[in-house]
Design a protein. Structure first.
Length: 90
């Protein structure tokens, strides 16, 4: 599992990339606090046929969604494209 920490609006978040599930790969976004990882805010899942936002917490605002999508693109999609791994047919 890989983790990337990023900041939006003065708050710290972590994008956790989980690879190699039997059915899909996933990226989860959680808030980081002094107490550690917070609850799940966003979850992206991707398989060979689709990429979906499967969880969107009620407290997620547009700046966090945009930053998370950018992390998803940079850390999740682009490395797979560069490695020639299967991607959904977009």
């Amino acid at each position: 599992m890989a983790m990337r920490v990023f900041t939006v609006g003065g708050r710290e978040y972590a994008a956790l990339t989980v690879l190699g599930s039997e059915d899909f790969d996933a990226m989860e976004v959680v808030e980081m606090t002094d107490a550690g990882r917070g609850g799940l805010l966003l979850e992206f899942r991707m398989d060979e046929e689709s990429a979906k936002l499967t969880h969107l917490g009620a407290e997620v605002d547009i700046p966090l969604l945009r930053a998370s999508l950018e992390v998803f693109r940079e850390d999740f999609l682009e490395p797979r494209r560069a490695a020639g791994l299967p991607l959904p047919p977009w």
